[in-house]
Design a protein around this ligand. Structure first.
Ligand code: SAH
Length: 229
């Protein structure tokens, strides 16, 4: 998979991709992440990428020209499955969207800043708008990193144990059961006996029951059918 992330603050995207799983995914050649600085596509004398809002009011608006130039340049080189704009009023990101997007070959992710982008970008250049939650961030970079992380970890081969992603919350319509590691007892707080029993079927049954219980308590009515819960 190839991800092209367009931003006016490329440095904000350096660290999320330079450590741990997201770094390893790139080193293994399973994903390529390219960050594009909008300033490189600015045509004005001062290389500005934003301007005052027509009609007045507080907050700058990101201009269409550099964004259009950057997207056009990328589209000349390859086809994209989606051109995504991170936006607080977009579709709410969830696991099934991450699953679907993890099958894509090429994606563009546009990060907004200030008041957001000129509306014509959204009308004419973007194919999909995604939000990471009903709150407002100062920029789309962190949201883009969240989206990218949720997608990249699902690409086969990225996680060292592939079954790990399948047992995470939401994959099977349930949240994840509790997990424990050594020591088996700490300050008198014990790990559930069944997990130490080595009896695989019982452990599986216990985990499923706990996942169902947690889902009922924490996400009532959101996942699974009545027969599952
Ligand atoms: N004026 C806009 C907010 C702009 S916030 C409004 O009220 O809707 C600046 C940028 O941060 C946005 O363009 C978007 O790219 C990003 N952003 C902010 N909150 C976000 C969220 N919840 N999900 C995804 N992107 C977000």
């Amino acid at each position: 998979m190839r991800l092209d992330i367009i931003t006016c603050l490329p440095r904000l995207l350096e660290s999320p991709f330079s450590d741990s799983i997201l770094k390893r995914a790139q080193t293994k050649g399973l994903v390529e992440v390219h960050v594009h600085d909008l300033r490189d596509y600015a045509t004005s004398k001062h290389k500005s990428t934003d301007d005052y809002a027509f009609g007045g009011g507080a907050g700058m608006v990101m201009m269409i020209e550099p964004i259009d130039a950057c997207i056009a340049c990328l589209k000349e080189q390859r086809n994209y499955d989606d051109i995504i704009y991170m936006s607080p009023d977009g579709e709410l990101l969830n696991q099934s969207m991450a699953n679907q997007l993890s099958l894509a070959k090429n994606l563009i992710i546009l990060c907004g800043h200030y008041k957001g982008v000129d509306e014509r970008v959204r009308e004419h250049l973007i194919t999909r708008e995604i939000s990471i939650g009903d709150y407002v961030l100062s920029g789309g970079e962190i949201a883009a990193a969240v989206l990218a992380d949720s997608i990249i970890r699902l690409i086969p081969g990225v996680l060292s144990d592939e079954s790990s992603a399948l047992t995470d919350s939401f994959q099977d319509g349930l949240v994840a059961p509790p997990a424990y590691t050594r020591p088996a007892e700490y300050k008198g707080w014990k790990v559930p006996e069944v997990l130490l029993s080595g009896h695989e079927a019982n452990i599986e049954k216990w985990r499923h029951e706990k996942a169902v219980e947690r889902t009922k308590n924490r996400r009532p009515g959101q996942f699974g059918s009545d027969s599952d819960l």
